[in-house]
Design a protein around this ligand. Structure first.
Ligand code: NAD
Ligand code: TYD
Length: 342
C-alpha cells in the first residue's frame, strides 16, 4: 500500500508510522508534517532509513505543496496533523481553526484531486463535549464541543462528511479518547506529571482534579487505527477507548506511587476555563465490527511509559526548551526551575 500520513512527526502519528513499518515493511509511507513545536523527527529515528519511508516538510493548509507531495492514486491519506492541546486553544484559537478546520478542507480537496482511495480522519472524543455521569458518547450522539480545540475538530469532522456526501470521498472517522505513552510532548497531563515528578517539581492540578478521562495506550490506539483503515466501513465513524475512565487525581497519584514521590507534589491551581468534567466513549462498535479491544492495562502501560521517560532524558530535555519554557511560564506564572518543590 501507499500511505500519505499528515502529522506523522507528532506523538500518535509517529507511533502509527513505526507500527505500520513493522507490520507492513513492503509498503510506502510519506510523512507530511510542518514540524511545529509538537513535531519532532527524533520520534522517527527507528524508521528514517527504511526504504519505503519518506519525510516531506509542509503545511496542510498549502494546496500546492500537498498536490506535489501526494502520490497519484495513493491508497490512503491518514490525517493526524492538528493543533492538539486544549490549553493552547484557550490562548490562541485562530491557529486551531486554521490548521484543524481549514487545513482539513485543503487536504480533502488535494486528496480528491490526486484520486486517493481512502481518507482516514483522526478525531477525538472531545467533539461530544462533557458527559454527564453515566452518559457515554456513541458514534451517533449529538456533537457538543465546548473548547476551541474540540470545536475546530468538530468542524473538521463535518467537512470530511461533507466531502463524502458531495464528492463520494471514501472516508472513515475515528474518535479516540486520551492517549498516553512514549514520545508524548510534556504539555499533556501524563508526560507533564511524569517529567515534573522525576525532577521533584510540582504538578499543576486544575480545579479539584476530579475530572474524568478515559486513558488509552497509544499502541492500542494505533492498532485500532490500522484496523479501521483496512477494514472500517466507508462513511462510518468508530470510537476507540481505553475502557479506563478515571479522575485525574487517581492517575496522578498512580504516577507518584510508581516513582516513589510524595503526594505533596500535587499543586492545585486555578481551573481551566470551560473545563470538560468527564469524557467517556462507548466503543462497542469497533469491538463488534473489527474485533478490536484495548490490550494494555493502565498499570502496565503507565509503568512502561514511566520507564521510557526515565530512559529518554535527552529527548525530554530537547523538547522542553525554547517555546515550551515560555509557554510554561505564561501558563503557570512561574518558570520550570521556580516550580521545584521545597
Ligand atoms: P501532536 O500535537 O503530538 O502532533 C501533531 C502533529 O501535527 C505535529 O507533528 C505537528 O508538527 C503537525 N502539524 C501541526 N500543524 C500542522 C500543519 N499545519 N501542517 C502539517 N503538520 C502539522 O498531536 P497528537 O497527540 O499526536 O494527535 C494527533 C491527532 O490525534 C490530532 O488530530 C489530535 O486531534 C488527535 N487526537 C489526539 C488525542 C491525544 O490524546 N493526543 C486524542 C484524540 C485525538
Ligand atoms: P490534557 O492532557 O490537556 O488533555 P485534555 O484536556 O485534552 O483531556 O488534560 C487531561 C486532564 O488533565 C484535563 O482534565 C486537564 C487536566 N490537567 C491538569 O489538571 N493539569 C495539567 O497541568 C494539565 C496539562 C492537564
Amino acid at each position: 500500500m501507499k500511505l500519505f500520513v499528515t502529522g506523522g512527526a507528532g506523538f500518535i502519528g509517529s507511533q502509527f508510522i513505526r507500527d505500520w513499518v513493522k507490520r507492513f515493511p513492503q509498503d510506502e509511507i510519506i510523512n507530511f508534517d510542518k514540524l511545529t513545536y509538537a513535531g519532532n523527527l527524533a520520534n522517527l529515528t527507528s524508521v528514517e532509513d527504511h526504504p519505503g519511508y519518506t519525510f516531506v516538510r509542509g503545511d496542510i493548509r498549502h494546496s500546492e505543496a500537498l498536490l506535489e507531495a501526494i502520490p497519484h492514486g495513493a491508497d490512503a491519506v491518514v490525517h493526524f496533523a492538528a493543533e492538539s492541546h486544549v490549553d493552547r486553544s484557550i490562548n490562541g484559537a485562530a491557529e486551531f481553526v486554521s490548521t484543524n478546520a481549514l487545513g482539513t478542507q485543503v487536504l480533502l480537496d488535494a486528496a480528491r484531486h490526486r484520486k486517493v482511495a481512502r481518507f482516514l480522519h483522526i478525531s477525538t472524543d472531545e467533539v461530544g463535549g462533557s458527559m454527564h455521569p453515566e452518559e457515554w458518547l456513541k458514534e451517533d450522539s449529538a456533537l457538543k464541543p465546548r473548547s476551541a480545540y474540540a470545536a475546530s475538530k468538530t468542524a473538521a469532522e463535518h467537512l470530511v462528511r461533507a466531502a463524502g456526501e458531495t464528492f463520494g470521498t471514501d472516508y472513515v472517522i475515528t474518535r479516540t479518547s486520551n492517549n498516553y505513552g512514549p514520545f508524548q510532548f510534556p504539555e499533556k497531563l501524563l508526560p507533564l506529571a511524569i517529567c515534573n515528578a522525576m525532577e521533584n517539581q510540582s504538578i499543576p492540578v486544575y480545579g479539584d482534579g476530579m475530572q474524568v478521562r478515559d486513558w488509552i495506550h497509544v499502541e492500542d490506539n494505533c492498532r485500532a487505527l490500522i484496523s479501521t483503515l483496512r477494514g472500517g466501513r466507508a462513511g462510518h465513524t468508530y470510537h476507540i477507548g481505553g475502557g479506563f475512565p478515571r479522575p485525574n487525581r487517581y492517575v496522578l497519584e498512580s504516577i507518584l506511587a510508581m516513582l516513589d514521590r510524595p503526594k505533596s507534589l500535587l499543586a492545585p491551581t486555578k481551573d481551566r476555563p470551560g473545563h470538560d468534567r468527564r469524557y467517556a466513549v462507548n466503543f462497542d462498535k469497533i469491538v463488534r465490527e473489527l474485533n478490536w479491544r484495548p490490550l494494555i492495562s493502565f498499570q502496565d502501560g503507565l509503568r512502561q511509559t514511566i520507564h521510557w521517560y526515565k530512559d529518554n532524558q535527552q529527548w525530554v530535555k530537547s523538547v522542553r526548551s525554547g517555546d515550551y519554557l515560555n509557554y510554561y511560564k505564561e501558563q503557570y506564572g512561574q518558570s520550570l526551575s521556580q516550580s521545584k518543590a521545597a
